[in-house]
Design a protein around this ligand. Sequence first.
Ligand code: G2I
Length: 454
Amino acid sequence: MKGSPRPPTGSRRLRVALVLSAVGMLAMAGAVVLPGDASAASTLGASAAERGRYFGTAVAAGRLNDSAYTTILNREFNQVTAENEMKIDALQPQQGQFTYGNADRIVQHARARGMQVRGHTLAWHSQQPGWMQNMSGTALRNAMLNHVTQVATHFRGQIAWWDVVNEAFQDGSSGARRDSNLQRTGNDWIEAAFRAARQADPNAQLCYNDYNTDNWNDAKTQAVYRMVQDFKNRGVPIDCVGLQSHFTGGSNYPSNYRTTLSSFAALGVDVHITELDIRNAPTDAYRNVVNDCLAVARCKGITVWGIRDSDSWRSGESPLLFNGSGQKKPAYDAVLTALNSGTGPNPTTPPPTGNPTTPPPTGGQCTATMTPGQSWGDRYNTSVTVSGATTWSVVVAITPPQKISATWSGSPTWDSSGNVMTMRSDGSGNTFGFTTMTNGNSTARPQIRSCTSG
Ligand code: G2I
C-alpha cells in the first residue's frame, strides 16, 4: 500500500468529516488562527482593528520625509501620537503665539490614511516654554487653562484621545503629587485642565497619562487609581487612563500588569497602553503586553514609542519592533501572532448588533449612530443616522482590504487611499447607507470618525 493512495474507508471518511467540521466551528468561533491561515491579518493595525482595537506608534514630523519610515508607518499602524510636536513648548513657544505646523502635518498624514490621533499632551510639568516656566500662581493657572482651551479647540474634531495631563505623580513610595509650578497653583489643577478640555472639545476622550504606573502594587499606581476613582465619583470629566509602559531604563514588565489594566477599567474608564517600549525587545514581554490588553475589554489599544530602534528616545536599548534598517524583529512577529490569536470584544459576529452609538465620535456638533444592515457572504450593509443637525458631514473609515462599493441617501467624497469616506447630507433625510465588500476580511467593521454639522 505504501506510496499508493488509500481508498477512503468509512472510518477515514468520518474522521475527515469530523476534522473539517471542527475546523469550520473553530473558524466560526473566530478564536483560533490556524498556522498559515490565509485570513490572519498581516499587519499590526489590521489585526488590532479586527479585535476592535488600534495599534499605533509615536511619530516625529521630521521623519515624515523619510520614505523607509513612512512605508512602515502607513503599512503597519492605524493610530499615531505626535512624539514631541503637541507639547506645550512646541505649540506655544511665545505666550499667545501658537505654532501648529508640525503638529498639523502629523494629524493630516494620519487622518488622510484613516489613522486615529492621540493628542500628547495639554498640561505637563516638563517641556514648558521658558515664559511658562517662569510663571506661578493665578497667572500660571490661567495660562495653562488658556493653553488647554486654545489647543483643544484648534484640533477639535481631529483628536480621538487627549493626554490632558501627563506625569503628575511622584515616583517612589510616597504616592504624592509631583512638585511642579503647576502643582503649586493648587491641587485642583488637574481637574481644572480636564474641565477646560471637555468644554473645548466635547467629543475627544480625555485621558490621564503616566509612567511607572504598570505594577499594581506600586504606590504611584495606587495613587493614580485613587485620583481616577475620585474624579469618577465627583463627575470630573475623565474617560481614560494611559499607561505609558516604558519598560526601558531599568523598569520591567510586571507580572500583575493585567490586574492593573483591569482594575483601572473597573473604575469605568478605558485603558490605553500609550508609549510602549521594552529594553532589547524580548518576545515574551511584548507578547504578554498584547495578551494582557486583549484580555481586558476596555483596553482600547497599544502605541509603541517609535517605529525603528533608530527612532527611539532610548535607541541604545533597541526596544522597538523594527531594527534600524526597517526590518521586522522577532518581537514584531510575537506581537502580530498574539494579536492574530487573540479575541476581540465581538470578533466574528457580522455585523455587530446592540451598538447603537458608534464610539468615539470625534467630530463637531452632531451624533452619528451606526446600525448594521443585511449581510451576505462577500459584503454587508450599514446605515448611519445623524441626530443633532439637519445638514452634516460624517467621516467613515473602513479597514483595507474592505472597500465600500455602493452608497445611498448622501453625497460621498473619498480620500486618496479610498478608505475614508466623507458623506454629506443631500437633503434626502438623516439616514444614509453603504455597502462594504469584505474582500476576505469578514471581521473588521466601519468606524465613524466624526460628525460635523453644517
Ligand atoms: O521620555 C520618554 C517619554 C516619556 N513620556 C512622555 C513622552 O513625551 C516622552 O517622550 C520623550 C520623547 O521621546 C523625546 O524625543 O520626551 C522627551 C522630552 O520631551 C523627548 O526628548 C526631546 C529632547 O528633550 C529635546 O532636547 C529634543 O529637542 O526631543 C526633542 C526632539 O528631538
